[in-house]
Structures are given as C-alpha cells and as structure tokens.
Design a protein around this ligand. Structure first.
Ligand code: 5AD
Ligand code: FES
Length: 330
C-alpha cells in the first residue's frame, strides 16, 4: 500500500508512468483475472434538476433537446441487452423527478425478471428510496463523489451539499448495495493533493467499484473555457486506485475513450476490468451529452457490442460470462 505522499509523488512525476501502468495491470490480473465484465448502459432520461457546472445535462442548459424513455421502452431495451449477452444492466439518468419511487420500483421489478444484475445510477435519493429499490432487487448503485475537495465541490455544485453526497454513499453501503463511486480528473482548481485524497477516500469508504474520467469541457456550461483534463493523469489516478484497492471493479470509462481513440484499451491494460457499452437506441444517444464528442453516438447496441468484444479479444482478454459481482470482501 502507498502512503499519501507516495501517491502524490507518483501523480506529480511522469518518469515512471509505464512502470505504474504495468504494476496496476499485474495487480488487476492477480486479483480479478483476465475477464472483462460488460455492463449494458441505458441512458433513460437526460432531464436533470441539478446544476453541476461541468455537466451538459445541467438544468440551466436550454440548448439540448430533453428526452425521457418511458417504462415499457426501458424494459424492452433491457431485454434486448440481455439477449445480446449482457449480465448487468445499468440504468442511468439525470436527476429526473418524473421517475418517482414507485415508477423506478416497477422498472426494477420487470428488469429483475430477466437473467441480469441491475445497477442504478440516478443520483441523490432518500434512504427510503434506496431501501425500496434494494428490496425489489437492485444490486448496485453508482454515485461518484466527483471530488473530495469540499470547497471545490461547493463551487462546482450549486444547491448541492457534500455531506448529503456522503450520506448517500453510506446509506447505500448500509443497505447492502455494491457501491460504485469515482471522481473527475482535471477540474478547474483541483490539486494533485486532492486527487490523492480522492483515492484514499475510495479506500476509506470501501468502494466496490470506482470510475475515473477526465473532465471534458461542454460549450453550454460555465466551464466551457476550462481546458480538458489530461488523459494520462486520469489513467494514473485509475492505476493508483487499482494498486490501492486491488480487488474492486474498475471501468475503462467512455470519457477516457473520448480523449484518446484507444483510451478504453489502454485503461484495460492499466488496471481496469470493466467496460460499460451503451445499449440505448441510437435516436437518444446524441442527446445524452454530458460532455461533447462522446463516442458511439451514431452507433447502435449491436454494433457497440461487437466492436468492444473484438477490442477485448485483440488484447488477449475475454468477456466474463458471470454477473461480475465485486471481489471486494472487506
Ligand atoms: N466531463 C467528464 N465527465 C463528466 N461527467 C459529468 N460532466 C462531465 C464532463 N464535462 C461525469 C460525472 C458524472 C458522470 C455520469 O459523468 O462524473 O458522475
Ligand atoms: Fe460503440 Fe465501439 S463501442 S462503436
């Protein structure tokens, strides 16, 4: 295990990057093996009540066409994904109150009739909501802390509260979810020290999954003139996360592939063991514009499935056939 100072040193010094990536790759292999877990991602609503300054879905952005995929269509999409061989469905959306507790419960019930694990990524909700979702079979929940720097968190999330975000993570753990969190890399004002603290935070809360992505500026947000985060630095934060949390699930994120055409493969060779291909119908993809130049916006679910399978096989890895529950036994 590395100390905070050692993590900082690795993040600041680029001379040993390839050794760091190889070490993370080795630790990945020893702890979670060569299998790559695919999670089929359904982006079912881009409507969001929040105003995160980096995100294109923020409510003040009037320049995107909003959509909501209705219940039957979400279930239909999930069925198709399961037929394609996905063993996990991820339901992701903005914080859209149209999707009431009862409606999400009904959707979970239907999807859990299929042969699949289910992950939710729908933002901050009450303990009661998280409990209701768990009771009908939700297995996992993703909610990134985004940054552990409280001041930066406050600056970037008007009307939100860092302590409530922590409360969500704790509630989810307490309810027995596998919990995924993560951070952005390259936010304006973000320090190397705070990135080291992010990694220590993942360990402290005993995360089962950690997703790390570079910040990419969206033209319709207050951060439009902020330069994008560095792909290499994001990869380093990810590799160090693997070294510090050897047996968790780590996705090769879409944002990494947006900044580097080989980003997901490089991530899979530097500690990652999960990919989350988009299974949303093509008609909605371009509208889920969290950041610009997202990959696969003109592709369809079958194309993405075949594409990623070929990429994974090309590096001597294989697609897992099981549900991909976390090996994290802490
Ligand atoms: N660049 C990169 N990632 C972003 N996210 C939101 N906006 C951006 C952006 N501009 C990430 C957040 C969120 C996830 C769904 O997308 O970390 O948790
Ligand atoms: Fe969508 Fe490659 S994963 S086209």
């Amino acid at each position: 295990m590395l100390t905070r100072n050692e993590i900082i040193e690795h993040l600041k010094n680029d001379n040993k990057n390839s050794e760091l990536f190889s070490l993370a790759d080795k630790i990945r292999e020893e702890n979670v093996g060569d299998a790559v877990h695919l999670r089929g991602l359904i982006e079912f609503s881009n409507i969001c009540k929040q105003q995160c300054k980096y995100c294109g879905l923020r409510s003040p952005n009037k320049h995107i066409e909003r959509y909501r995929i209705l219940k039957d269509d979400i279930i239909h999409t999930a069925k198709h994904a399961v037929d394609m061989g996905y063993k996990t469905i991820v339901l992701q959306s903005g914080e859209d109150d149209y999707f009431s507790t009862d409606l999400i419960v009904e959707i979970i019930r239907e999807i859990k009739k299929l042969d699949t694990a289910l992950t939710l990524s729908i933002g901050e909700r009450s303990f009661g909501d998280y409990q209701a979702f768990k009771e009908v079979g939700a297995d996992r929940y993703l909610i990134r802390i985004e940054t552990t720097d409280r001041n930066l968190y406050k600056e970037l999330h008007p009307n939100m509260n860092f302590d409530n975000r922590i409360r969500c993570l704790k509630d989810l753990k307490e309810l027995g979810y596998e919990v995924g969190t993560g951070c952005l890399v390259g936010l304006p004002g973000q320090t190397i020290e705070s990135l080291a603290d992010d990694i220590l935070f993942f360990k402290e809360i005993n995360a089962d999954m950690v997703g790390i992505g570079p910040f990419i500026p969206h033209p319709e947000t207050p951060l439009k003139d902020t330069p994008a985060g560095s792909f290499e630095l994001a990869l380093k934060v990810m590799a160090l996360t693997r070294i510090m949390l050897p047996d968790i699930n780590i996705p090769a994120t879409t944002a990494m592939e947006t900044l580097n055409p080989n980003g997901r493969i490089l991530a899979l060779q530097s500690g990652a063991n999960v990919v989350m291909p988009n299974v949303t119908s093509t008609e909605y993809r371009a509208k889920y514009e969290i950041y610009p130049n997202k990959i696969c916006i003109n592709d369809n679910p079958d194309k993405c499935r075949n594409c990623i399978e070929a990429k994974i096989k090309s590096i001597g890895r294989y697609i897992a056939k099981d549900y991909g529950f976390s090996h994290n036994k802490n």
